[in-house]
Design a protein around this ligand. Structure first.
Ligand SMILES: [Zn+2]
Ligand SMILES: [Zn+2]
Length: 483
């Protein structure tokens, strides 16, 4: 409402000179390094969905023909060999501790590296940190940074549509693991990764990905346990295979559980949700409703007590001088999203309650007519409204006699403190007993008395705001308050 722009907003445009100075130019994408999405048609999503025929749904009859054999082998053999190994190799405590540590290290390679650094550019990382994260991320065996970030950018751009490679609308199991185990039913939507194609560390990791996977996924965890405390087999089974199984499931939960479990405190347009359990399963990626709203924010959890070790790790690297430019979305805008959802929830509560009739829905009668009708039924005039108190006579806390005394009279002064300063609840209840409006009966100074306390902060949609403050005519436009 304020005519003054917010202090952190851009300066106002100069009305005198702006029409004559069209100086803004946009660089044209050119040949090499051109963003993949530089020349998309405006109706790209509909266009793409209509021109591409999806592969048939997976059924009991065709599933074995539709497998992605490489992914099936990696995702299936890892837990299988791990479980067989666990029955034959006993777990030493040193190996158990190392497995947990290496679980977190490789998971952070994905969350702080693949996800928040490369897929979302939510901070800048020095070269040593980038090499470190790219090597650890390879130990999580989830594809190269290029492949992973490309799919994830499509997930954010086309969330919940068929161009989202792991759309939550295709079911919990599909978004968790089905989309990898089977051949994709459709190509994912276009997502630009030209920035990653120029990044030397991303290119290096992509080139040497297979060697890095074998080294970091299996050999390194085995060697640490082998050379450290002589537990070669345990290192392979627990810190290698079973640790990898848990890292896989942890990341997959971001695509499944985080689009299924919890609430939407920032926006409920799409499926992403916030939940502590998801955060615990995913090294802090569980505040996914926030993340989809503000994907370039280096945080997932914005409150200090919420579980987001990935955020803490990034923050520590910045204090060590290994990273910089940690992006944080303006708090003012974050809180707007929260307020919108809070109002929306309150509006739902509001719509479930019954509300009094107002001027536009009540017959207008003269003082003479009021006096006449009050002869045959207990009518009392307060603040310009005529009320029928028939069913309240015996429930009035002050006694029946105080009500009958005012039948056919104006009890405004008495009601608002002349005799007793009635409570807000009493005023709310009174307004439910309205049966008419007194012609010319709402003089100046009574406006606040005509509005029951429960309606003074009523939540109104933007198209309900016109007219006088009290007239709630818009409330009856399909919202059913007056029905
Ligand atoms: Zn998501
Ligand atoms: Zn993301």
């Amino acid at each position: 409402m304020s005519p003054v722009p917010p202090s952190n907003g851009p300066p106002p445009i100069d009305a005198a000179t702006s029409p004559a100075t069209p100086t803004i130019s946009h660089p044209k994408p050119n040949g090499e390094g051109e963003p993949a999405d530089a020349s998309l048609p405006d109706n790209y999503v509909t266009y793409q969905l209509s021109r591409q025929t999806p592969l048939p749904p997976i059924t009991w009859g065709n599933w074995y023909k539709e497998l992605n054999l490489l992914h099936f082998a990696v995702l299936g053999l890892t837990p299988l060999l791990g479980i067989i190994g666990a029955f034959t190799v006993s777990l030493r405590w040193e190996t158990a501790v190392w497995s947990v540590i290496y679980y977190f290290m490789t998971a952070v390679g994905i969350t702080a590296g693949y996800h928040r650094l490369w897929a979302h550019r939510s901070y800048n990382a020095s070269k040593p940190l980038q090499y470190f994260l790219s090597i650890l991320g390879a130990g999580a065996v989830q594809g190269s940074i290029r492949w992973w970030a490309r799919g994830h950018r499509a997930h954010h751009r086309y969330t919940d549509t068929d161009l989202d490679p792991y759309s939550a609308h295709r079911g919990l199991l599909w978004s968790h693991i089905g989309w990898m185990v089977f051949k994709p039913r459709r190509n994912p939507g276009v997502a630009d990764i030209s920035d990653l194609s120029k990044n030397e560390i991303v290119r290096w990791q992509h080139r040497h990905y297979l060697q890095l996977v074998v080294l970091m996924g299996y050999i390194f965890p085995t060697v640490v346990a082998g050379l450290g405390w002589g537990d070669w087999k345990g290192g392979y089974v627990y810190a290698g295979l079973l640790r990898l199984f848990f890292v896989h499931q942890s990341t997959f939960c971001v695509n499944s559980l985080a689009h299924y479990l919890g609430d939407a405190p920032f926006d409920d347009k799409h499926t992403p949700r916030d939940h502590l359990i998801t955060a615990l399963c995913t090294v802090g990626e569980g505040y996914h409703n926030f993340h989809h709203q503000f994907p370039m924010d280096y945080r997932n959890a914005i409150k200090w007590y919420q579980y987001d070790p990935t955020k803490w790790t990034i923050w520590v690297t910045s204090k060590l001088g290994l990273s910089s430019h940690l992006k944080v979305f303006p708090d003012n805008e974050v809180r707007k999203g929260q307020l919108t959802m809070q109002l929306k929830n309150l509006r739902e509560v509001q719509e479930k309650l019954s509300w009094p009739s107002d001027n536009s829905h009540l017959p207008v009668i003269s003082w003479e007519s009021y006096l006449q009708q009050a002869q045959s039924r207990p009518l009392i005039c307060i603040a310009g409204f005529i009320h029928d108190v028939e069913d309240f006579l015996d429930q009035h806390p002050g006694g029946r006699h105080l009500l009958t005394k005012y039948i056919g009279r104006d009890a405004t002064t008495a009601f608002f403190g002349g005799v007793y300063e009635h409570s807000n609840a009493a005023h709310n209840l009174l307004s439910m007993k309205r049966v008419g409006v007194l012609h010319g009966g709402a003089p100046h100074g009574l406006e606040d008395k005509a509005i029951p306390p429960s309606q003074r902060l009523r939540i109104a949609r933007y198209n309900e705001m016109s007219g006088s403050g009290y007239s709630s005519g818009a409330l009856s436009d399909g919202d059913g308050f007056m029905a």
